[in-house]
Design a protein around this ligand. Structure first.
Ligand SMILES: Cc1ncc(COP(=O)(O)O)c(C=O)c1O
Length: 393
């Protein structure tokens, strides 16, 4: 399969499985990893700070705190926000469970806000309705790659003295009113899982302009210890203090080296995703039973996912059969996401169906289609054909 930016019309391989997401690894990435592997530092060496600075500066922000997953990034942000037992954290119903699990890690209670019907982004009106004296933070999720309405959320956060956290795992490179994700909230969390825009195999980062929050998260990711091994080595010192109960969330140097190499192509990959989305949009304008999600005029979408809503009134089949049809065509359709509180862990804690009606209704119609920079026009056409066929089932 051609790499990013190859639009030469290479035909799709009809029977090859087309996943919904896939990493792009080139020789530069391999060379960077090998060089790090043969250096003195496998973990917490010079590549960590280099990656943090490079990624934060890609976002236009001052501080980056590298960690070993997007989930760890969310946990760090919760701790730095001061979220604790008895607090409530508002999270959208449609997201990956990690967004709300992070509140549980700190003994707090996630409260689910509903989403906008056309974008599936957290609805600021629903957030406003769910704020109580116990609310401590809002986690906005840039679902599928489009930034949430951060100006509206900022007004609410300021009015009620809340910390605004962005779960930007889907949206590196996207913009809101000309500003990049990573600068839109008090802390922004990214994931470097292989299906994301750039990968460190597993990995993540919190980006912020607040040096104090960043220092706290650097300590928290290192067991709560306020100096790392390398710093002590440089000072010829052995003593350290564990000031709070932290975790080992460190991202190794070898993986940071991969991240630095990947980052050089991030801009190009976001553009490739946007080109693929434009091809899908044009094609689906002629397919009345599949409606792409709306994109607000004041934002750009980094398209981690390309999601359509099926108009089930026009089809004889439901979403699950539509999913099965695409899989039979060897197309790796997916569904992102069932409302988080439908999971049994949440149900066992008293969350009930009916909490967020817009999200629950949307879920029945959602289908995620393949989206990654290495796709070509033939791949897009193959997916659109399979979706078009749903009308004949
Ligand atoms: C919205 C969202 N938040 C958080 C995460 C967690 O990231 P990770 O898998 O790197 O822990 C993901 C990853 O799938 C995600 O999609």
């Amino acid at each position: 399969m051609p790499d990013s930016g190859d639009w030469s019309g290479v035909p799709a391989v009809e029977d090859a499985f087309l996943p919904y997401g896939r990493q792009s690894i080139g020789q530069d990435d391999i060379d960077a990893v090998v060089a790090a592997l043969t250096s003195d530092w496998l973990t917490t060496g010079p590549k960590v700070a280099e990656f943090e600075q490079a990624f934060a500066s890609f976002c236009g922000a001052e501080q980056g705190v590298a960690v070993n997953s997007g989930t760890a990034a969310l946990h760090c942000a919760m701790r730095a926000a001061g979220v604790g037992p008895g607090d409530e954290v508002i999270v959208p119903a449609i997201t990956f469970a990690a967004s709300s699990n992070a509140a549980f890690y700190e003994g707090a209670t996630p409260i689910f806000a509903d989403v906008e019907a056309d974008t599936l982004l957290i609805d600021p009106d629903s957030v406003a309705a769910k704020i109580t004296p116990r609310t401590r933070a809002i986690v906005a999720v840039d679902y599928a790659g489009q930034p949430a309405d951060y100006d509206a959320l900022r007004v609410l956060a300021d009015r009620h003295d809340l910390v605004l956290i962005a779960d930007a795992c889907h949206s590196p490179g996207a913009t809101y009113k000309g500003r990049k994700t990573g600068t839109l909230a008090d802390m922004s969390c990214f994931s470097f899982h292989p299906v994301k825009h750039l990968t460190t195999c597993e990995g993540g980062m919190v980006v912020t302009n607040d040096a104090e929050l960043a220092a706290h998260m650097r300590r928290f990711r290192n067991h709560g210890i306020d100096s790392d091994h390398r710093k002590r080595e440089a000072q010829g010192a052995f003593a350290y203090d564990m000031a709070e109960l932290g975790f080992n969330y460190r991202l190794p140097d070898v993986q940071c080296a991969l991240g630095i190499a990947q980052l050089k192509r991030l801009e190009e990959w976001v553009a490739a995703r946007q080109r693929i989305a434009a091809l899908y949009d044009t094609a689906f304008s002629q397919v009345p039973h599949a409606r792409p999600l709306a994109v607000h005029g004041d934002r750009t979408n980094a398209y981690h996912l390309y999601v359509v809503r099926l108009d089930l009134q026009q089809l004889e089949v439901g979403r699950d059969q539509a999913f099965a049809h695409l899989r039979a065509r060897r197309i790796g359709a997916n569904v992102h996401y069932a409302p988080v509180y439908w999971h049994s862990f949440y149900r066992a804690r008293g969350y009930e169906r009916g909490l967020c009606p817009v999200a629950e209704h949307a879920y029945e119609e959602l289908l995620t289609l393949p989206m990654f920079p290495g796709m070509n026009q033939g791949d897009v056409a193959r997916v659109v054909d399979a979706v078009r066929e749903l009308k004949r089932l």
